[in-house]
Write a protein that binds this ligand. Structure first.
Ligand SMILES: Nc1ncnc2c1ncn2[C@@H]1O[C@H](COP(=O)(O)OP(=O)(O)OP(=O)(O)O)[C@@H](O)[C@H]1O
Ligand SMILES: Nc1ncnc2c1ncn2[C@@H]1O[C@H](COP(=O)(O)OP(=O)(O)OP(=O)(O)O)[C@@H](O)[C@H]1O
Lengths: 222, 222
C-alpha cells in the first residue's frame, strides 16, 4: 500500500488520484478550489483546500505527506505554482515526482529542477492523433517509465522504392533511424524479419521510430 | 496531400496542426485568440481569428474548408463551442472528425453527435501514469484508430499463486479478462507462450487488459 500526494485536481490530477485509490493506495490531495476536492472526495484519504504557493510546507506536513511514495504535481497553467509544488514535495522527502507540463518552457524548468517524470498529455496526443489520421499509423507505443519517450510504431504500405529489396539493403536503420519490427504479408505477421527477407509489393511494414525520423521518412517516401 | 481544419489552437490543437504541416499537409486554422494563431502561423496555409459560435459556417467556406479530409475540434472547456464546431464541420462536408473532450459529459455529447474519434488526453495520461508508477507497468499500448481504446500492456512479477501453474490452468483469460502475451524469464522474452508453459517464480508476465480488468487483478493478486 503506497501513499500518493496529488497537488492540483484538474483532469490529469483527479484521474491519477482516482486510479491510485482504485488500486488500493492512500491518496492525499491539495487543491485551492473546493469543488475539485468535492468531486473526488470518496477517493481521498486526506485532503485540504489550500493554495500551495502560500500554505506549501505546513500543509504537506499537516496532511501526513512526509516521505510519501509518489508526488504528483498536476498544475499546468501556473508554472510558479507547479515549481513551488515540486520544491515542497522534495523538502518533505517525496522522492518520486510526476509533473504535468503545459509547454516547452515549463518542461525545461521542471527538467532543471530534476523532475524525471514530466508529462504533456495534450501535446503527445496531438502528435499521436496526427500520425494516426494522416499516416495510417495503426498503433502507438509509449514507454511511460520516465518522460514520454518520443517513440512510435507505425504500420505503412511498403513504398515502391523498397519492393524486392532485402531488409539488409533497405537502409531503414542507417538512413532513417527506423527499426523494422515486423512485416505483415497477406494477413500473416513476420516478426523481426531476417536481414535477407525481401520486402514485397503489398507488404505492410511495422516500424519503430521517433517522430523526427518518421517525418523525414514520410517526406521522402510517402 | 490532405487538407486539415483545426478549430481551437490550445496545446492539443496546435500540436496536431504543427505535425500535420510537418507531414506535408495543408492546415486551415480557426481560433478566437490572435496570439494562438501567431504562435504557429508558419505552419498554417490559411487561418482566421474568429469565434466559431458566431462566425461558424461562413468562415469555414471562406477559408476553403469545405470537404476537407480531416477536421479537428480542439476546444476542451467550452462544450457548446465544441458541439457547434462539430456541426459546422459536418455541414461543410468534413467527414472525419477528431474531437477533444474534457469530461464524461462532454464525451457523451460528442458520442451522441456521431463523432467517432473522441480523445481525452489528460484523463488517459492520468490513468496510464498511475499504472506505471503504482504497478510497475512497463508499457502502454493505445490503439488510436478510434477513441482511445481502454487497453494496456502491463509487465508484473508472476504472483506466488501462479508459480508452477501452466498457462492453460492460470485462468488469466477466463477469470480476469487478461491476455498473456509474453513471459520474461532471466532476460529472455517468450512471445505468446504455449498453453503448457509453466509460470515460474521470478517470471515477469506481460499482460494485455482493460483498466477494469487490471484493477480487479491487482486487488486480488498484487
Ligand atoms: N496555487 C495552487 N494551489 C492549489 N491548487 C492549484 C493552484 N493552482 C492551480 N491549482 C489547481 O490545480 C488544478 C489544475 O490546474 P490547471 O487547470 O492550471 O492545470 P491543467 O494542466 O490545465 O489541468 P488538466 O489536468 O485539467 O489539463 C486546478 O484544479 C486548480 O484548482
Ligand atoms: N468559440 C471559440 N471560437 C474559436 N476558438 C475558440 C473558441 N473557444 C475556445 N477557443 C480556442 O480553443 C483553444 C482551446 O480551448 P480550451 O483551452 O478551452 O481547450 P483545452 O482543452 O483546455 O485545450 P488544451 O489542448 O490546451 O488542453 C483556445 O486556444 C481558445 O482560444
Amino acid at each position: 500500500k503506497k501513499t500518493v500526494v496529488v497537488i492540483g485536481l484538474g483532469r490529469f490530477g483527479s484521474m491519477f488520484a482516482k486510479k491510485a485509490a482504485n488500486l488500493g493506495h492512500d491518496v492525499i490531495a491539495i487543491d485551492h478550489n473546493p469543488k475539485n476536492i468535492e468531486n473526488i472526495q470518496d477517493f481521498l484519504s486526506v485532503y485540504a483546500v489550500a493554495d500551495i504557493k502560500t500554505d506549501g510546507k505546513q500543509i504537506l506536513r499537516k496532511l501526513g505527506a512526509e516521505n510519501a511514495d509518489v508526488g504528483v504535481v498536476a498544475i499546468g497553467t501556473d508554472i510558479s505554482a507547479s515549481a513551488i509544488s515540486v520544491l515542497e514535495l522534495e523538502e518533505v522527502g517525496v522522492s518520486t515526482i510526476i509533473a504535468k507540463a503545459s509547454d516547452e518552457e515549463h518542461i525545461r524548468i521542471l527538467e532543471k529542477m530534476g523532475v524525471d517524470n514530466i508529462i504533456s498529455p495534450e501535446k503527445d496526443a496531438g502528435v499521436a492523433m496526427a500520425y494516426v489520421k494522416l499516416l495510417g499509423g495503426k498503433a502507438i507505443i509509449h514507454d511511460l517509465q520516465g518522460t514520454y519517450i518520443d517513440m512510435f510504431i507505425l504500420e505503412i504500405d511498403a513504398p515502391p522504392k523498397l519492393w524486392n529489396v532485402a531488409v539488409r539493403h533497405s537502409r531503414l536503420r542507417e538512413d532513417f533511424q527506423m527499426t523494422l519490427i515486423g512485416i505483415r504479408r497477406q494477413g500473416q505477421l513476420i516478426v523481426i524479419p531476417s536481414a535477407d527477407e525481401e520486402i514485397q509489393e503489398g507488404d505492410k511494414l511495422l516500424l519503430a521510430a521517433s517522430s523526427t525520423a518518421i517525418d523525414a521518412f514520410v517526406r521522402k517516401f510517402v
